[in-house]
Design a protein around this ligand. Structure first.
Ligand SMILES: Cc1cc2nc3c(=O)[nH]c(=O)nc-3n(C[C@H](O)[C@H](O)[C@H](O)COP(=O)(O)O)c2cc1C
Length: 181
């Protein structure tokens, strides 16, 4: 399905897979999405900002605009990938202390579909707070692509081995199931 003219926000967090987020950008553009990259402040160290700005034709945003600056185009859909332990837990708790989390805090209430694709090791994934966060987001109708056939956590320190098989396209497929405004 083509999403011609629709705006996809890709929220990128500070996890190993962030280095490859350009792959998701390319897949999304191939489906007709206009892509806006939103980075958490920590993710800025993991991504090549100029390269992504060239690829998307839009500035990478990691902070709120100043009150006098124009509003960026509103998102029609949001993918959080790679989603960290930190951002998943904060999103589930309703914390909005970064621009990325502020967008996520509002999106469900605005009817904007959000899909979360984690990148966490098995130590993070085993923690009760994390499992509760995943359950809580799913209960709100927010898909978290964690589990068999989706993202499967790796042993601590082995994230580099997962980069080639990180299921970017699955997040795009999942967001494609939503009827957009
Ligand atoms: C080299 C490096 C790799 C990291 N990889 C991950 C990771 O794969 N998953 C994760 O949840 N956190 C990872 N972290 C920890 C996060 O970067 C850290 O929790 C950070 O506060 C997340 O911020 P954010 O959620 O705002 O992006 C990593 C940190 C470093 C320095």
């Amino acid at each position: 399905m083509t999403r011609s003219g629709k705006v996809l926000y890709i929220i990128v967090c500070a996890a190993g897979a962030a280095v490859d987020v350009g792959r998701l950008v390319a897949y999304a553009q191939g489906e007709g999405w206009i892509v806006q990259i939103i980075a958490t402040p920590s993710a800025l160290d993991f991504i090549d900002v100029p390269e992504l700005e060239q690829q998307t034709g839009r500035p990478v945003r990691s902070q709120y605009r100043k009150p006098h600056e124009p509003r960026p185009p509103r998102a029609d859909a949001i993918i959080v990938a790679p989603a960290t332990y930190n951002t998943i837990n904060k999103f589930a708790q309703g914390i909005a202390d970064t621009y990325a989390l502020g967008l996520l805090a509002e999106a469900p209430g605005l009817g904007i579909p959000v899909v979360v694709l984690p990148f966490v090791n098995s130590a993070f994934a085993s923690r009760a707070p994390f499992r509760q966060s995943v359950a809580s987001l799913r209960a709100e109708g927010i898909p978290v692509l964690l589990g068999p056939g989706q993202f499967e956590p790796h042993p601590s320190g082995a994230g580099g081995d997962k980069l080639d098989t990180y299921p970017w396209a699955l997040a795009l497929k999942e967001i494609g199931q939503h009827r957009l405004r």
